[in-house]
Ligand binder design. Structure first.
Ligand SMILES: [Zn+2]
Length: 65
């Protein structure tokens, strides 16, 4: 149980430039950049990430690798 806890999710975002998919944390305090081409995928705005790339899906359970 995670009652009382504000659990953020991992999300998969697709790079608009090179189409590579990257897993990132939903809440981050620094900008997310593509590890392949270095393009900015998301920027932090007021505690939440504003995604520039396409959000593919969220990862509810990251137990499987
Ligand atoms: Zn890229």
């Amino acid at each position: 149980m995670t009652e009382g806890k504000d659990r953020a999710k991992f999300v998969i975002v697709k790079c608009p430039d090179c189409s590579s998919e990257q897993i990132t944390f939903e809440r981050a305090t620094s900008a997310i950049t593509c590890k392949i081409c270095g393009s900015t995928l998301a920027t932090p705005t007021g505690g939440r990430l504003k995604f520039k790339g396409q959000l593919v899906r969220s990862v509810e359970d990251a137990a499987q690798s």
